[in-house]
Design a protein around this ligand. Structure first.
Ligand SMILES: [Zn+2]
Length: 241
């Protein structure tokens, strides 16, 4: 589920001494030592609570002596939880916090103003390839669609394509384009689930719908497919968001 592993980002303005580290990642001593060697770390930010993003975070924050902040108060050390719309000033940068629930309830993105324009760190809300899992019931489809629409509007308001810095996979050149693709993919999947319900009956189980919609899916991703169907059923039945 991590594609090539988790991307940890080190952010700093040109000439700034200190850095912000986003998503220190798994508890891997070599990786954390390498991140720490990037210079004095002023702040550790977390995009969401999944283990591949936070398992090494508390140890890392202690190692570099920096406060850690996340939407979820459980992953804040020595600082307040992140608030939607707040501007973080550190490492010579101004980062805007965007609370973007959907993948998880606590998912956040960070809008950073770079020398060549804005870029958005998207965590697992948008990935470098493939599509994002809705981690039902922590995640939910309704909020996720709203988060994508919000990111899309933000991208369209910029003067030029806004780069996407995802937590897994490669950097993408155009936030608006990837939001369009994700929204189209979600609409297509919802349509498939709707037609499965028409065939199976509106009370059909997630298992039965998954058998039909994801018939050619490999056993290794069956659980993820079923979770995705549960999220879609909850959305269509108006249960969660
Ligand atoms: Zn995740």
């Amino acid at each position: 589920m991590t594609l090539d592993g988790t991307n940890s980002y080190v952010l700093r303005a040109p000439g700034a001494a200190n850095a912000i580290v986003v998503d220190p990642g798994p508890d891997d001593a070599g990786h954390l030592a390498r991140l720490a060697s990037a210079g004095p770390v002023e702040l550790v930010l977390i995009t969401h609570h999944h283990a591949d993003h936070v398992a090494g975070a508390a140890a890392f924050a202690e190692l570099v002596g920096a406060p850690m902040r996340a939407v979820d108060p459980e992953y804040c050390a020595g600082a307040a939880p992140l608030v939607d719309g707040e501007t973080i000033r550190a490492a010579g940068l101004a980062l805007e916090v965007l609370h973007t629930p959907g993948h998880t309830a606590d998912s956040a993105c960070f809008l950073v103003q770079g020398e060549e324009g804005p870029a958005v760190l998207t965590g697992d809300t948008i990935l470098g390839r493939g599509t994002t899992i809705i981690a039902d019931p922590d995640g939910a489809l309704g909020p996720y669609l709203d988060s994508l629409a919000r990111l899309r509007a933000l991208a369209l308001a910029a003067d030029a394509p806004v780069p996407v810095l995802p937590a897994h996979g490669a950097v993408l050149p155009d936030l608006a384009a990837i939001c369009d693709a994700y929204l189209a993919h979600r609409a297509e999947r919802l349509e498939q689930v709707r037609s499965a319900l028409a065939e199976l009956g509106s009370g059909a189980s997630a298992e039965a719908v998954t058998d039909l919609v994801y018939a050619d899916t490999d056993a290794s991703v069956r659980q993820a497919a079923e979770a995705s169907v549960r999220a879609q059923l909850a959305y269509l039945r108006g249960e969660r968001g």
